[in-house]
Design a protein around this ligand. Sequence first.
Ligand SMILES: [Zn+2]
Ligand SMILES: [Zn+2]
Length: 247
Amino acid sequence: MHVTFLGTGSAMPTGERFQTGILVQNDGRQLLIDCGSGVLHRLQQSGVGYENVSTVLLTHHHLDHVADLLPLMKARWLAGEEHLEVVGPQGTKGLLDDLLSVHEYMQGKIDLQVREVVPGEFTVAGFDVSAYETRHSLPCLAYRFDDRFVFSGDSEAFAGLANFAEGAAILAHDCSFPDDVDVSNHPTPETLGRELAGREIGRVYLTHLYPHTDGRHEEMLESIGRQYDGDVRFAEDLKTISIDQGS
Ligand SMILES: [Zn+2]
Ligand SMILES: [Zn+2]
């Protein structure tokens, strides 16, 4: 399995990190998780291309996770790829209907399938996925791909989510701000370290980074390291990780 970070930023631009998007690939299958602003460009830069991604799995409906959905739809339509499946939490059908009612000329241009999912197990684009509800300001799902990859979506750090991630080779976790930012709905390094303490996880990548984290990576890693002694790194746009089955 390959996981490519297309966007490791958040709702406020850093100039280097686009909004959330992660590409999961295995055996010729591709799944895009979230489609924030800039992700359409990153898909093209990644060499995979928007033509080859026909399924999008949404964690939640904040703009920094859905802003490029219609641009992706239009680019695929122009390229002659007339199918797109969008899978996401409750309200995803309403979101797509509403977006298409604003941009009416896109209605009926492509064969759009929308599926809503709830916490639990399901299959999407040939991947077996588990979903777990996170703690955020909108309903949000974290996703797990067997023992290989877990993405937190947007969430505070909490024991339930750390349990959900336990045993994964790779965990990509929201770590929006450094410790001195007073924040709810997202973790800080300190709260993330506390919840990860003692967990068996192959490697943790920090993502969903606000500009506040610029120049402060070292202290953020130190803060996490005070409670969690595992391998923790910062995710970067267009970085690809190879994950072996069962690793
Ligand atoms: Zn959010
Ligand atoms: Zn977000």
